[in-house]
Each structure stands twice: as structure tokens, then as C-alpha cells.
Design a protein around this ligand. Structure first.
Ligand code: IPM
Ligand code: MG
Length: 356
């Protein structure tokens, strides 16, 4: 296969982890006889510094004309002044919106080798294998009106949570289709006891569920879901939810694996290209030190192979390589137990390539 892959390293540890993702993709191309052509483009804070725009038009064009996009992270203290007009995160949100990436898949799997790394007891996280299907182009992140004003009573600000039935339906279909390939259970998460948008969410979820009689469907209020993710995480299969709830629940769920540095994601729309990115942020505190965990990006590259390019065997090979490296006891700083040796970012990438 010939494929064009756009790399968006972004800010903070983004360039360091994307370099390892690329290394692994190159190794896959060599081993399986594919030709991957890489191009790099600016996004986020670095794009603001160099062009004034967090998502320059050339970057968007490069993404549109590629088969898949591998993204690092955006943001950092340099650009986080709340009064700034342009922010790196606008680039990420713009990319999601422009490419129509309405479904964000965030798998959370606890590998036996990492059960000890979780802050929860190993027996609580044993067998966890869930996917959060997060709506990504609607809700509070994009609803209008959004902004602030000064009123006679003082400053006031507004965000709007709006969902149309079409937006909910297409997201729920992604969740149910995915559940069919897994343990056939969808948990739809909302706050229907308080919010009108959630009551519509629940209604549409039930309508879609009728088309999937072979898949079990349950509703859960978001606060209860946050609790059950700690109390009985292994019971979840597919969790489908709106943008902001999915953002929060996926960071919480990452702790089941012991580190945010382990979680990949795929943002998909109708047709190509998808954007594949680790869910951790730019981690400015450790940027440039060569100690970041590249496995979330490497596992995102595996998702890119599977969902972006349709290369299932290659994706599974990458995932097996990661498992092998962890089973052999290699750990980056975020996962190491006290006293355990710590592998650096590039070293971890090399180990995965060797295991491939
Ligand atoms: C994520 C991140 C982003 C989000 C930020 C960086 C805008 O937290 O992908 O989860 O909130 O969607
Ligand atoms: Mg987040």
C-alpha cells in the first residue's frame, strides 16, 4: 500500500512522541512492504508563533489531502493566557470540525503487565477493556452563543450545550457498530435528570438501540458513571457520550491503566482522513527531556493502521510489540515502580521497533 501520512507534532512533548510513532510506522512499512510518505505541518502553539494561526490553511490542506493524520499534542503555558485571542486548542478544535471528525474512540485496556501501575488495586482493574466513544464536534465545545460580556451586574460568560438528533444518532451508530465487534454492550452516558440536551440524547439513544437488538444498551448518569469507572470498571464495554462528558471520563478512565501516557485515540468522520492522537496533552513540565512515554502515540499509530488505512494485521503487530516490551519489564518514568530502571522516549520507541 502507498499511503500519505501527515504528522502534526505540535507542542510540548508532541514532537518527541510523534517521532517515535513515525519510527514505528516506518518499521511497519519495511516489514509488511508498504510505502508510507510522511509530511509534517504546523499546528497549535508553534503554528501561532510562526504564522499567527493555530491551524494554518496549508496545514488543513495537507491533512485533507492525506490518508491519515498522526498528531502529538497542542498547548502550553506560553499560550495559555486566558485573555489571549488565539489559543493552540483552537487549532485542534478547528481540525476536528473541518474534517468532520464527530466520533472519538478512546480505548482503555489494562494490560496484565501494567495492573500494578494503576493507583487502583490490581484486582479492581483486572480485565478492563472498554472504549469511550466521545462525540467530538458538538456540545459545549462548539455551541453558540459562546463568549463573555460586561453587564451592569458585572462580567458574565456563556457556553451553549446544544445537540441535534442527527448528531446524536450518528454517534450512537458508531458506538453500536463497535459494540457488535466486541462484547455487545453500550452504556449511554448523560445527565438526563437535569439537562434537556441529555433527555434528547437518551431518547435518540433508545431509538438507535432498537436497530441493534443483539446489543445490550443501558443508560447511566454521568456522575454515576464516574463512580462506576472506579468501582467496577471491567463491566464496561462501549461507553457513548457527549463531548465534554467524554473529555472528563476519558482522563478518569486513563488512570485505570496507570498512566495517561498509555491512552491512544482515533477521531473519525465519514470517509478519510482520520486523526490519530494520544489523549495526554503537551505535558510542558517534561517537554524536551526525552522522558515522555511514547506508547500512547505508538498505540495511536496502531489505530491509524487499523481504522485509517485498513491494515488490521499491521495494527495488531504493533499492539503485540507494545505488550511484549511491557511484559519484558521496560517502563518509562510515568510507569516505573520506585527503584525500577526508566527507559527514555527514544529507547522505548526502539524497543517497540525491535519487538516488531
Ligand atoms: C482532549 C483534550 C482536548 C479536548 C483539549 C486539548 C482541547 O483535552 O483531546 O481530550 O478537550 O478535547
Ligand atoms: Mg481531554
Amino acid at each position: 500500500m502507498d499511503a500519505r501520512i501527515t504528522l502534526l507534532p505540535g507542542d510540548g512533548i508532541g514532537p518527541e512522541v510523534v517521532a517515535e510513532g513515525r519510527k514505528v510506522l516506518e518499521a511497519v512499512a519495511g516489514r509488511f512492504g508498504h510505502k508510507f510518505t510522511f509530511s509534517e505541518a504546523l499546528m497549535g502553539g508553534i503554528a501561532i508563533d510562526q504564522t499567527g494561526n493555530p491551524l494554518p490553511p496549508e496545514t488543513l490542506a495537507a491533512c485533507r489531502s492525506s490518508d491519515a493524520v498522526l498528531l502529538g499534542a497542542v498547548g502550553g503555558p506560553k499560550w495559555s493566557d486566558p485573555r489571549a485571542d488565539v489559543r493552540p486548542e483552537q487549532g485542534l478544535l478547528g481540525l476536528r470540525k473541518e474534517l468532520g471528525l464527530f466520533a472519538n474512540l478512546r480505548p482503555v485496556t489494562v494490560l496484565p503487565a501494567l495492573a500494578m501501575a494503576s493507583p487502583l488495586r490490581p484486582e479492581s482493574v483486572a480485565g478492563v477493556d472498554l472504549v469511550i466513544v466521545r462525540e467530538l464536534t458538538g456540545g459545549l465545545y462548539f455551541g453558540q452563543p459562546q463568549g463573555r460580556e460586561v453587564t451592569p451586574q458585572g462580567r458574565s460568560a456563556v457556553d451553549t450545550l446544544r445537540y441535534s438528533e442527527g448528531e446524536i444518532e450518528r454517534l450512537m451508530r458508531v458506538a453500536f457498530d463497535l459494540a457488535r465487534l466486541r462484547r455487545k454492550k453500550v452504556t449511554s452516558v448523560d445527565k438526563a435528570n437535569v439537562m434537556a440536551s441529555s433527555r434528547l440524547w437518551r431518547e435518540v439513544a433508545h431509538e438507535v438501540a432498537r436497530d441493534y437488538p443483539d446489543v445490550a444498551c443501558e443508560d447511566l448518569l454521568v456522575d454515576a458513571c464516574a463512580m462506576y469507572l472506579i468501582r467496577r470498571p471491567a463491566d464496561f464495554d462501549v461507553i457513548a457520550t457527549e463531548n465534554m462528558f467524554g473529555d472528563i471520563l476519558s482522563d478518569e478512565a486513563s488512570m485505570l491503566t496507570g498512566s495517561l501516557g498509555m491512552l491512544p485515540s482515533a477521531s473519525l468522520g465519514r470517509g478519510r482522513p482520520g486523526v490519530f492522537e494520544p489523549i495526554h496533552g503537551s505535558a510542558p513540565d517534561i517537554a524536551g527531556r526525552g522522558i515522555a512515554n511514547p506508547l500512547a502515540t505508538i498505540l495511536s499509530a496502531a489505530m491509524l493502521l487499523r481504522s485509517g488505512l485498513g491494515l488490521a494485521e499491521e495494527a495488531a503487530a504493533v499492539e503485540r510489540a507494545v505488550e511484549k516490551v511491557l511484559a519484558a519489564g521496560h517502563r518509562t518514568a510515568d510507569l516505573a515502580m520506585p527503584g525500577q530502571p526508566k527507559a527514555g522516549t527514544a529507547e522505548m520507541g526502539d524497543l517497540v521497533v525491535a519487538a516488531l
